[in-house]
Design a protein around this ligand. Structure first.
Ligand code: SF4
Length: 66
């Protein structure tokens, strides 16, 4: 299974919770969260899901691909 991650960067409040939970995420030069890989696999899903679930404003989304 493959998944696609996305983030509404404009709304990011820069608390860096996602980056602490998942190595796919980092803070960019503007203090906004950014992913390293857009398409993730089953192994990478759990960490990214944790980041999605822990974002206080719910702007990280993971979508299952066909
Ligand atoms: S957890 Fe959400 S608000 Fe916090 S840095 Fe990550 S994307 Fe931005």
């Amino acid at each position: 299974m493959k998944y696609s991650v996305s983030v509404n960067k404009e709304k990011c409040i820069g608390d860096a919770i996602c980056t602490a939970l998942c190595s796919n995420w980092y803070m960019d030069a503007n203090g906004k969260a950014q992913f390293r890989k857009k398409i993730i696999n089953d192994k990478e899903y759990a960490e990214n899901k944790e980041a999605e679930d822990s974002c206080p404003i719910g702007i990280i989304k993971i979508m299952m691909l066909e």
